[in-house]
Ligand binder design. Sequence first.
Ligand SMILES: [Fe+2]
Length: 477
Amino acid sequence: MGVMGFWTIALALVVNVCMVCDGGTTSLFLREVEKAVDMPLDSDVFAVPSGYNAPQQEFSFLLLFESMSVHITQGDLVGKAVIVSWVTEDEPGSSKVRYWSENSNHKKIAEGKLVTYRFFNYSSGFIHHTTIRNLEYNTKYYYEVGLGNTTRQFWFVTPPEVGPDVPYTFGLIGDLGQTFDSNKTLSHYELNPRKGQTVLFVGDLSYADNYPNHDNVRWDTWGRFTERSVAYQPWIWTAGNHEIDLVPEIGETIPFKPYTHRYHVPYKASQSTAPYWYSVKRASAHIIVLASYSAYGKYTPQYQWLDQELLKVNRTETPWLIVLMHSPWYNSYNYHYMEGESMRVMFEPWFVKHKVDVVFAGHVHAYERTERVSNIAYNIVNRHCTPVKDQSAPVYITIGDGGNIEGLAKNMTEPQPKYSAYREASFGHSIFEIKNRTHAHYSWYRNQDGEAVEADSVWFFNRYWHPVDDSTSHVLH
Ligand SMILES: [Fe+2]
C-alpha cells in the first residue's frame, strides 16, 4: 500500500467514526453573544393605555401603572368559544365583552367575572375573564372591552370546524420573558410569512420571578408586551417553572398564584381537574398540554386524566396529535439535563402506543429537534437503555429559545447523541403548518436571520395516516 493509500484509508476511518458518533447536526452558526437584558419599564412595548381605568394605544408616563393588557385563549374543547381576559387598574369597571361578527352589526354581550390577588406587597388590578360562546367557525369577530371613551376594540378569527384535512398553522414560542431578544422573537413571529394563526406556548411567560420578591409589576408589563399578538389570536398556555412563584420566605405559599389568576384555560372542557393539564382540539389537531410541575406518578390526577384522554383521541377527526410540556424528555444540552426523565419514564410508552406526532417543550434556552426515537424497552435488568429509532414515536422539539433574561444555553453534551437531529444555541421561534391529514411543514427561525429564513425545516408525515420514515439523518440504526 502506498502512502497515499494509507492516508486515504485513515481519512475514511476518521470520517466513518464521525458518522457513527454524530447523530445529527450541531449548528456552527456564530452569533454575537450579548447578555439578554429586560426592556426598561418605560419601553414603548409596555405602553400603558391612557385614560382613567381603561386603555388606549398611546403611551403615557403619568399613567405608567394604570394598565390594561388584553389576551385571548381558546374557551372550549373545539374552538367555538374564546376566553377574553384583561386588567383594569383603578376600579373594577365592567367584565362585559361586546362582540360581533364582521358580517353583522348586531353587538352581543358576554358577561364574565373578575378576580384579584395579592403577592407580598403587590396588589393586582381587577383581572377580568369573560368567555364568549357559540361562535361560528372560520369567522372574523370584533370585540370590545372597557367603558365609554376608554373602550378598546380588537378582533380574532375563529378556527375552521374540527376535521381531518383542515389546514392550520401554529406558531411555537417558549420561555419568552421580556428582553430586547424577546421582543425580536415576537416581532419575527408576527412578521413570519407563514402566518401563524395560534401560538402554542410551551411555558415560562414573564420571568417576573427573577425580580426581588417576584415583582408582579413584571407580570403586568409582560401582559402589555404580548398584547399586540395575544389580543388578536389565541395562545395555548403551558405552565413552566417560572409560573410556580412559590416563595414561602415572604409568605407566598400557594404555587402558580399569579399565573392562575391571570391566565385561564378551558381545562374543564376536557374533564381535567386542574388548569395545568388539559386538551383542546383545533382544526385538524388534538393538542394535549401536560404539567411538568404537577404530580404525574401512578394514580395521580394528571396520570389518570392522560390515561383516559389518550383513549379519546380520534385520528379520523383530528389526525395530528401534538403534546406540549415545559421540561423536555430528550435534551442534549448541559442545562436541565434529564429533568424530564421521570415524566418520560411514566408516559413515553403511552406516547408510542398512541403514535403522538410531535412533542414541543421549552425550559432549555436553545433549540433542538430529535429523530423519531423511543427508550421504552428497559426493564431494570435487560440493559436496553439506549434510545432506538422508532417510527411510532414522536419527534421531540425543544423551543425554549424565546429570549428571556437568563440568556442562551450554549453548553451541549458531546458527542451529539444519535437521537439529536439538529441543535443550535440561538433565540428564535417555530411554525408548524398542517397541510392535510398526511403532511405538515415544520420550520425554525433564528432571530439573527430575517423572519422568513428557515434555519431548520422538515416535513412531518402523520403517524396515523402516513407513517413513513420522515427522518432527516441516515446514521441512526
Ligand atoms: Fe423553564
